[in-house]
Design a protein around this ligand. Sequence first.
Ligand code: ATP
Length: 198
Amino acid sequence: AAWILGVSGGIGSGKTAATDYFQTLGITVVDADIVAREVVAVGEPALDEIAAHFGSHVINPDGTLHRAALRDIVFADTAQRQALEAITHPAIRQRLQAQCLAATSAYAILASPLLWESGQAALAQRTLLVDVSEATQLQRASQRDGVTEANIRAIMAAQWTRQQRHDQANDIIINEGSLAELHQQIDALHAEYLTWRP
Ligand code: ATP
């Protein structure tokens, strides 16, 4: 790929709906959530470093990561969360970049819920925000997952605000309308992206 488009948005904003459509246009999508799991798979150096730092109780008997145990440790302890991120973030960044560069499409998409929060935006030459009102976020996320409004609000509180994302994004899609309207906006951006160069 000639360049990397970072795509982000809050919970329930429609990132997946958007990147699924880019994929139908032939664009390779690299998902930061998937890569974050890959780097802690059995046999990966990051998993060994996690075991060394946090102890064997964060490793299951079969050698896989005990996600719930690790989450309990880092949830309440900022220093431990930072220690975990110091282990995983470099590995995630390296793998994201490698997968984007290996893509044969005109440009590649790096899709990440925490594109700016995590610093992954530095890997992208241009960024696209999928944006909706908080009311729409709550409505769509609760319909999709069946989780409580309180849970969704807790996730929203841990993410950047709409204003912070607006200040950083190069391009913005407002996803308040139908999926057809979302696709129309993407068609127009895609036409521009095909000839754009950093
Ligand atoms: P998360 O960060 O929680 O994974 P997301 O940003 O990837 O969320 P999606 O999963 O794409 O969001 O969208 C949330 C829900 O809203 C899904 O059920 C999706 O089908 C629906 N949705 C997205 N865009 C639209 C739209 N324009 N019209 C109707 N429903 C939509």
